[in-house]
Design a protein around this ligand. Sequence first.
Ligand SMILES: [Zn+2]
Length: 183
Amino acid sequence: MTLFEVVIILILGSAAGDVALNEDAAFLPVVITFIVIIGLHRLFTLLINKSSRLQRHLEGKPIVLIEDGQLHWENAMKQSFAFEEFTMELRQKAVTHIGQVKLAFVEIDGNLSVYYYKNEDVKPGLSTLPLSMIDATTEIKKPGIYACVKCSHVYKLKKCADFICPTCGGSTWSKASIDTRVL
Ligand SMILES: [Zn+2]
């Protein structure tokens, strides 16, 4: 459901609740409220279908959250974004690391849509395991490709300590995975 539809349902539920819970509540105003709200919903649906601009205002637009195997950090920062919840949804789609994903959108109804890389195109990426299960460190003891556990961006790092992520300013790293998706 879009935000607009949720608002409509809340209004209708509130109107129906008055009659259901209060014996003295008049019935006719509730019926009129239902007719007006359903009429307005139909009118807006018609207008939305004719104007993509109005649709964006009323229902929002899909937001890119992963692009080219990495979190779209700018968009993630604009959202009230829960990384743990996001990785949980990826795990449910059999994504073991973010490098397996070419594009991921949060749709206007709140669902996550994922476009996967073919196995031969998978990039090194941050594991989608819960943070408590990721082998994360601030000290790079072996040179290699590492992913920032805060923003998922991937860098080739030499032996060092407290390397600051150029994307998000984080300093905790995890060895990037190159596993392909197993279905
Ligand atoms: Zn980072």
